[in-house]
Design a protein around this ligand. Structure first.
Ligand code: GTP
Ligand code: MG
Length: 269
């Protein structure tokens, strides 16, 4: 979609784009068309205690046992992520399916001291979910983390404007949070989709994930011709992932739960 000049306000952005780096390609989607296998890497990024690991745990809970691998978590005694968490999600490969896809979902450790781990885990991401903390006290830490995300992507030749990216404002259940009206206003002008969530209760978790998967599939399809190579249409791949997560609504309906949604407006949908 066309870029808007003068990107709005404090949804963490400063803009910046590097077309050359984009032309060189990024992301490590692993394609084995002969074997009809592909692996997609999604990374949950954001400030410490924002709820990244909680999102992953909730996704894990929703998946049937035969569609999920073991969740790998490296945590300290106080449940803080030490290096990363990883949840592998297996799609297809059964019965009549003619392809097999693995979606590896990673979280980075949010604490400031783990900056180098965040950079490493982010490497080769095909899509990113940024999990922000809705509390008014966390506006600055969200902004710092988002700015670091942009720098880390840039350092990996993955300009932030070109990578599939969705934003989640988590902890909507807490008092003293940024009000809905403010986030609606910001999101309506932002290029990214912005979802509300109470990850601890599983609210908004599937919506965020499905939006990210949908955008990522679309971007990879444009770059690598996924649908053609694997004989899987975008809507079927998205539907397949949704049904594993027990999501009944079609993707269009899920995307309407975002902040700033207006009927008729198209944003990556
Ligand atoms: N009230 C509330 N608490 C939440 C929500 N989501 C997560 N939490 C809590 O916030 C704390 C941090 O959650 P984590 O998922 O571990 O956060 P994280 O982003 O992985 O943190 P790091 O690993 O340190 O980067 C935990 O105590 C969660 O139970 C939410 O929607 N509402
Ligand atoms: Mg964590």
């Amino acid at each position: 979609m066309p870029r808007r000049a003068g990107r709005p306000i404090n949804l963490f952005h400063k803009g910046g784009r590097n077309r050359e780096a984009f032309a060189l390609g990024f992301g490590v989607v692993q394609l084995q068309p002969g074997a009809r296998e592909l692996t997609i890497k999604l990374v949950y990024y954001g400030p410490g205690l924002g709820g990244k690991t909680t999102n992953l745990a909730m996704l894990h809970e929703r998946l049937p046992a035969d569609a999920r691998g073991q969740i790998v978590t490296l945590e300290t005694a106080d449940d803080r992520t030490l290096f990363f968490d990883m949840l592998p999600l297996m799609v297809g490969g059964k019965g009549g399916d003619n392809y097999h896809m693995q979606v590896k979902v990673f979280t980075v450790p949010g604490q400031p001291i783990h900056a180098s781990a965040r950079r490493l885990v982010l490497g080769g991401a095909d899509g990113v979910a940024f999990i922000a903390d809705s509390r008014l006290t966390h506006v600055e830490t969200n902004a710092q983390s988002f700015s670091e995300l942009r720098d880390n992507l840039q350092a990996n030749d993955m300009p932030i404007d070109d990578i599939p990216l969705v934003i989640q404002f988590n902890k909507r259940d807490l008092p003293k949070i940024r009000p809905d009206a403010e986030l609606h206003g910001i999101a309506a002008q932002s290029r990214e989709m912005v979802f509300p969530a109470v990850a601890a209760r599983g609210i908004g978790v599937a919506e965020t994930f499905m939006a990210l998967f949908h955008l990522t599939w679309r971007a990879l399809d444009q770059r690598h011709g996924l649908s053609e190579r694997f004989g899987v249409r975008e809507d079927l791949a998205v539907e397949q992932v949704g049904s594993l997560l027990g999501v009944e609504e079609p993707i269009d309906q899920l995307l309407r739960t975002r902040f700033g949604y207006k009927a008729g407006a198209r944003k990556g949908a």
